[in-house]
Design a protein around this ligand. Sequence first.
Ligand code: ZN
Length: 321
Amino acid sequence: MTSEHMLSRRGFCLCCMGAASFAATGGWMSPREAYAEARGLVSLIKDSAAKSVIATHKLRNDITILEGSGGNVAVSAGKDGLVMVDAGISVSRPQMTQTLSALSSEPVTHLINTHWHFDHADGNAWIGEGGAKIIAHENTRKYLSQVQRVEDWDYNFVPLERSGVPKHVFSKEHSLKLNGQSLAMKHYGPAHTDGDISVMFGEADVLHVGDTYWNGIYPFIDYSTGGSIDGMIAASDANLAASTGKTIIIPGHGNPVSNRAELQEFRDMLVSIRENVAALKRQGRSRDEAVAAKPTASFDAKWGNFVIDPGFFTRLVYAGV
Ligand SMILES: [Zn+2]
């Protein structure tokens, strides 16, 4: 898969760089190669986000999803101003500004980060400059405040500008009442990272679950900052418990308007592949042998068509069982 192909697909992100590096070389690259490739991909992702159009999906109670700048962004409009869940990539600022002003003439007053990854929090700086209150889990602030290494990409991310670092953090739960919505933020514990939170818009019954859920595609799992396959499964169970058949569920990546039935399918896929990979590991198979055994085969037609390809996803699961 070429970088161009990757970038042409919906929801490309930081998370994709490892897969693209892997795909580009047919195997794991040396650290030096991976570093060069990752640096190139950050530029490619930024260039692509700079050009991409932001698609909007109106939900209910004046909540809209913005798609096209990294992860799926949710925005609530109302008397308390614009309230955003995730910020996208900063180079999309012109399109984001235009899209936001079409939703409301009010400024962004609150920004909630689901986790620290570049494709969800890079836009924090310009949104924070405008005076928005930025809220996140305490681990997200930690990762955004320091040089943060991600092993899978052999890449070091530099700290965000001060205006983009969340000043309001919590460890377990946090709630706010804004635009007529009871906003409930909840930490998952270790999941996709160890700083992921869900955001429930209570009255609208809309749940943003960040990168604990990738709709219709294999997910990335960031072991460098506390993620694990078992954490992803636990987060899926928490998401199922927090939703009903009427809840609109917003995934971090993939088709942005989802529901509990699709989420259940994602959870069941994770559990089956985890069991398949764990069985191979128990038999003493090495990581590469486990990949060669194709433990994801029956799921690949549906889930394996994005940047986290079957081999890469098998490696991510193998690391955690
Ligand atoms: Zn992520």
